[in-house]
Ligand binder design. Sequence first.
Ligand SMILES: [Zn+2]
Length: 297
Amino acid sequence: MKGSPFIMSKKINSARRVSKNILAFKCPLCESEMRVVEHKSLICTNNHTFDFAKQGYLNLMTQQSNSHYSKELFEARHKIINGSELYDEMHKSISNVIKNSMDTSINPCLIVDLGCGEGSHLQRIIDGCEIEAITGVGLDIAKEGIVAAAKRYENPIWLVGDLAKSPLADHSFYVILNILSPSNYKEFKRMLVQDGLVIKVVPGPNYLKEIREALFESTEKKDYKNDDTISLFKEHFKVIHNIKLNYTKILTKEELYNLVGMTPLAWSGDQDRINAFRNQASAEITVDLEILVGINK
Ligand SMILES: [Zn+2]
């Protein structure tokens, strides 16, 4: 067999985890049931076949995505999430919500992060829960994000996939995480078990305001308005918690560099302004987030 033993075992371990949770999968092409064959492929009853990558993830896209999120963006995001403490309070709050509402007799208990990027939020939230029965599933349309996640974090199941052509089965997930990422509430409702939780994180008006103020002259791109997002969420789910986080952290020069690198907002900014922002020795950065916790109505 080709490849190092470490890489091979990653693929086999991943195939085992998927096999153990096979009922949570459906074919993204024909919606039929799936099975894992020879620790190598996920195959549906109509023989649509998806192979495990050597890093352990599965690519379940039915057509190529146009995601222009690069490897560098996910690397910057990884460094910020794990190195800067910017999101630590968000992770803690979400872990607490899960811990306090989880029926610990359920095993395995599947938690899916829809729009997981490079996977650090999901991994850190699961770590914070300290519940062995939890199995994490991370789905993102951006392959570079999933490759980065699978390289670093071995326990969750990592999937390249599209919410609109979802590879995930009905009523399979106890918790859906949706962190600073687009939603598809119809799909969320379909995938959630009865009484399952949807935990959605939306930016508040002051989220990373320093970067917006530094990069844009006009006011039009400065403010996030989240009223529409929140009312749409409330139309679909009964909100049982609404946690507002508002704090600042001092970031170092290196961290500011990574913050710009992980922010799609910066792509349309003026290069001189971006450089001026990145060259500060340090700066105070605002985190303003709203965590909506809902159950199916
Ligand atoms: Zn199929």
